[in-house]
Design a protein around this ligand. Structure first.
Ligand SMILES: [Zn+2]
Length: 502
């Protein structure tokens, strides 16, 4: 590493769960509804209303926790699987109850891990690193303040549609040491939670939010630990994965500069309170906002209106069964079962389960995983991007694509042309080849053409015999010109064989 310090990052990720209704009432959990239309006495916190837990939300959270290799409510002194709800008390306009139902000392899951790829060149190599998960707990979300951004000093409005929607908070260990590792972790979390149907993880819509806890360790031999740690800062207002990476790099450098200026030795972990800073993506800098509340400031206490939950072994088995294959397991399987490289397996898995299903059906039909993966990269992915289509809606299914690969042209440019015609005109491979002006070729006919071309070009043959390789290519070119769409490699071989006879 070029920097004279080590970056230490832990991430807190909040994801909204894909439920129909909110966590403790029957209001819709849906983005984009008219403001305050999805509310009721429970989520508005009106006196006398009572919450009832949404079991599906709990199952989804459990699915995520198990996929993150977490232990499920295994707390000393408590019955196995025992977890409870707590009130986190604070006052804010978007929180009409003045408390948030969350989980404090007995979260439903804890002590897990997620594997990420930290290879320098993630396109070629795979180097695994496990990022520890301290805990994942379930809580209700708050509403949203809509500030007047015109600068004309109009009122701030409050939209309570989001109040009480289910939110999963995933807290990692401070195990990430570069901005790239933090981004890789977020990408893996997003892929995982999307694949298992827990969250759509749309950062733009706020269904994935992230705060980064950052500090640095500066090597110093006379310190007890061999390094100086700077005070923690929690960076908020991160709107993109790229922003997370930039904010971490910025904070690390800022810490190092503060440390160098600090001759009194106060800018140290343990000597200063944790601070909160907001990331300004346009300016590319953070703004320190406030000193962070300690847990005591929230006066947590057990939620009296909700019964604790006991997660049974039976429920865990049910949830595991409905989760399906995890991305990490899928990448390994694609390599062992189909002989794909780690990179190809990574690309496929990142595209999601429907793409993997397409690939597996295609491989079954063409008999070779590597060819299937390559042809999908050459033809299917670019077409999907161009057509702004998901693979489920792609007009050429795996069987149709397999037929195309078997009967279509062998030459890659012709293949692209024919594929384009098939898509544009909704045609089968045979018809598309006729329209693209490409005939099918048998080897005998091509050999005759090669022999004829050799006979018709005595000068090129003579040049070739003198060692001019380009002369051979002019004969190949003549054959290709007369036989548009013929497989180039076959023509070249036949010309070489015919030349050898002269
Ligand atoms: Zn409600």
């Amino acid at each position: 590493m070029a920097e004279p310090y080590k970056i230490v990052v832990g991430l807190e990720v909040h994801v909204q769960l894909l439920t129909k209704t909110k966590l403790f009432c029957g209001c819709l959990n849906k983005f984009g509804l008219p403001p305050n239309s999805a509310t009721c006495p429970v989520c508005l916190g009106l006196p006398g209303s009572l919450p009832v837990m949404n079991e599906h939300a709990f199952r989804l959270a459990l699915r995520a926790a198990l996929a993150l290799n977490c232990q499920i409510a295994s707390h000393p002194g408590q019955a196995p699987g025992f977890t409870k709800w707590d009130r986190k008390n604070y006052y804010y306009p978007d929180l009409p109850k003045n408390f948030q139902v969350s989980q404090y000392d007995l979260p439903f899951s804890h002590d897990g891990w997620l594997e990420i790829n930290v290879a320098k060149d993630a396109k070629k190599d795979y180097t695994a690193k496990r990022i520890g998960i301290i805990r994942a707990h379930l809580e209700e979300d708050a509403g949203k303040n809509l500030h007047d951004e015109s600068g004309k000093g109009r009122d701030t409005l409050v939209d309570l549609n989001r109040t009480g929607t289910p939110l999963l908070e995933i807290v990692s260990q401070p195990d990430m040491n570069t901005p790239e590792e933090a981004i890789a972790y977020l990408e893996e979390i997003r892929l995982l939670l999307r694949e298992i149907g827990v969250s759509d993880c749309e950062m733009q819509e706020g269904s994935l939010r992230c705060d980064a806890n950052v500090n640095i360790h500066i090597p110093k031999a006379d310190e007890p630990k061999g390094y100086v740690a700077t005070p923690l800062v929690e960076v908020k207002n991160l709107n993109s994965f790229r922003g997370v990476g930039r904010a971490i790099a910025y904070e690390a450098q800022r810490h190092y500069e503060e440390y160098q200026k600090d001759t009194a030795g106060n800018f140290r972990f343990g000597k200063m309170l944790k601070t909160t800073a907001g990331w300004d993506d346009a300016k590319g800098r953070t703004q320190v906002q406030r000193h962070k509340e300690e847990a005591a400031d929230y006066r947590y206490f057990p939620e009296p209106d909700l019964v604790p939950v006991v997660v049974t072994a039976e429920l865990i088995e049910q949830v595991k069964a409905e989760t399906g294959e995890l991305p990490s397991a899928q990448r390994t399987r694609l390599q062992t079962q189909y002989g794909l490289t780690p990179y190809d397996a990574q690309v496929l898995t990142a595209k999601g389960r429907p793409t993997v299903a397409y690939f597996e059906a295609l491989t079954k039909a063409v008999g070779d995983g590597k060819t299937a993966a390559n042809r999908m990269s050459d033809l299917v992915y670019p077409a999907l991007t161009e057509r702004k289509e998901e693979i489920e809606a792609f007009p050429i299914d795996a069987a149709g694509f397999a037929k195309f690969l078997k009967k279509g042209p062998a030459n890659s440019q012709d293949r692209r042309d024919v594929f384009k015609v098939m898509l544009e005109r909704n045609l089968g491979v045979e018809d598309a080849m006729i329209i693209a002006g490409i005939r099918e070729f048998d080897e005998d006919a091509l050999r005759a053409a090669a022999a004829a071309a050799v006979a018709a070009n005595p000068k090129a043959v003579a040049d070739f015999k003198k060692g001019k390789d380009a002369a051979k290519m002019s004969i190949v070119g003549a054959v290709m010109k007369a036989n548009k769409g013929a497989p180039n490699d076959v023509v070249r071989r036949l010309v070489e064989e015919e030349l050898a006879k002269v």
